[in-house]
Design a protein around this ligand. Structure first.
Ligand SMILES: Cc1cc2nc3c(=O)[nH]c(=O)nc-3n(C[C@H](O)[C@H](O)[C@H](O)COP(=O)(O)OP(=O)(O)OC[C@H]3O[C@@H](n4cnc5c(N)ncnc54)[C@H](O)[C@@H]3O)c2cc1C
Length: 423
């Protein structure tokens, strides 16, 4: 009997540098790519926010369409299912005579809980769920320390990793793929099918998908905008350089290794530049928060009641939180950035620091409310990066000593200067 492997796509919506896909093709006679539109990602949270806002939902749909097109060009398709993965695996395994299931390991508690439920279902059918690592720049086995010994202080993590760890080469896009025979692959849902009103203003935003991600990366490096734009300084009134790669990285339309190696190529061509360093440093911060989640889970947040805080329903938003969300605090710069966030789903790092500092340290609102709002609005929402950065702003993360981490005094000064300057 021919061996069929089900390849379960989640936040890894690409063909390039995809070890899971490459291995599935190598170890099987045919593969069945599957994506689930899990209703749990489209519910309302206990913070009275949506788990996924409309802008990110649209980016997801575009990314799935792009992945489907890529598979169709290889003579196959991806099976699209609306529902919880654990409710469908048993039937899929039987119907397609699947021998093994491959997926990428996630780090946030909600996502690992889904993997655990699927593993339980598959175990009953004696089917193995194989885990891959494909979200980080560094694979955990390439780090100079086991996960349990990863330094909690970012500066130490950076120093040792840059000195002793290697960034692997990217996996090539598979040339040929043999697909499991199937007649009905399922439609890409519309926003309305996911519970959104169909209209969405065409405000400036990135288009989802691997093809768009690779185009953006190539253009960014080829046009020399790295060289001619000033690097980001923590001065929120000047936008500074921002690669805007984050949404594609969050959905896995782009691999961090791909970014790393293309930046290295550009560096070899143009020489070193602070903007190259900024992107590579950003990728390290991204890895750091993911590894911290992996190492500590919710204990990363140094708040004894953190679990209750996120699980128990919270009281309705107070007036100040409502003002912050609606971009009507009266502070022009904060409002400008919040409006930009609401309209486009994206603001730069200095802008995020500014509005987060304002909510937590000026309005004295609990940081989890801000983090939940960002979870809804950000086009590039990623659990470890979002909750990790918010915890740093609130001073409840684990890295409170590093010089590179959040500096309240400096942020308050910037906020003061910025507010005085624009009022
Ligand atoms: C309160 C707050 C919440 C945030 N929430 C998110 C989030 O949900 N998702 C997210 O990707 N980033 C988040 N960030 C980090 C950062 O603001 C964005 O990654 C960055 O603004 C994206 O723009 P860029 O692609 O132009 O970044 P660049 O400066 O060009 O950096 C390149 C890449 O590195 C990564 N990166 C850069 N800075 C950070 C950082 N501090 N932490 C983690 N990764 C980083 C991103 O993937 C980014 O695309 C948050 C920051 C703050 C202060």
């Amino acid at each position: 009997m021919s061996k069929k492997i089900l390849v379960w796509f989640r936040n890894d919506l690409r063909l390039h540098d995809n070890e899971m896909l490459v291995e599935a093709i190598a170890k099987s006679d045919s593969i069945l790519p599957v994506y689930f539109f899990d209703p749990r990602y489209f519910i309302n949270t206990s913070f009275e926010t949506a788990k996924t806002g409309k802008i990110r939902a649209r980016f997801l749909l575009e990314s799935i369409l792009s992945l489907r097109k890529a598979f169709q060009e290889k003579g196959g398709d991806i099976l699209l299912i609306q529902g919880k993965p654990e409710d469908h695996f048993s039937e899929l395994v039987e119907r397609f005579e699947i021998a093994e299931v491959y997926h990428h390991r996630e780090v946030s508690p909600e996502e690992t809980a889904v993997s655990a439920s699927v593993e339980d279902v598959l175990w009953k059918q004696r089917i193995n769920l194989k885990h891959f690592i494909g979200h980080t720049l560094y694979n955990k086995e390439d780090l100079p320390f086991p996960i349990k010994d990863i330094p909690d202080v970012f500066a130490q993590f950076k120093k040792k990793t840059e000195r002793d760890a290697i960034v692997k080469a990217c996996f090539e896009v598979p040339e040929q793929i043999a697909f499991v025979e199937n007649a009905v692959w399922g439609e890409v849902p519309g926003l309305a099918d996911l519970g959104f009103e169909e209209e969405l203003s065409a405000a400036c935003y990135s288009t989802g998908g691997e093809d768009q991600a690779l185009m953006h990366l190539t253009e960014l490096l080829a046009t020399g905008s790295f060289i001619y734009n000033k690097p980001v300084k923590n001065t929120p009134d000047k936008e500074g350089f921002s690669s805007r790669l984050s949404a594609w990285l969050a959905f896995g339309c782009l691999s961090p290794r791909k970014v790393y190696w293309q930046v290295k190529e550009a560096e070899a061509l143009h020489g070193s530049h602070p903007n190259f360093n900024q992107v590579l440093l950003g990728l390290l911060w991204r890895d750091y928060y993911r590894f911290m989640f992996k190492k500590h889970g919710l204990k990363f947040f140094q708040e004894s009641d953190f679990e209750e805080l996120i699980q128990a329903p919270v009281a309705a938003d107070d007036e100040l939180t409502l003002q912050w969300k609606a971009a009507s605090t009266g502070h022009l710069l904060v409002d400008r950035y919040m409006q930009q966030l609401n309209e486009t789903g994206f603001i730069t790092f200095p802008a995020r620091l500014l509005v987060a500092t304002f909510l937590v340290h000026v309005f004295k609102i609990h940081w989890t409310k801000g983090a939940a709002y960002f979870e809804e609005k950000l086009i590039d929402y990623s659990p470890a990066s979002n909750w990790g950065n918010w915890a740093s702003v609130a001073g409840v993360g684990l890295d409170l000593k590093s010089k590179n981490t959040f500096d309240l005094e400096k942020q308050m000064k910037i906020l003061d200067v910025a507010i005085t300057a624009v009022v």
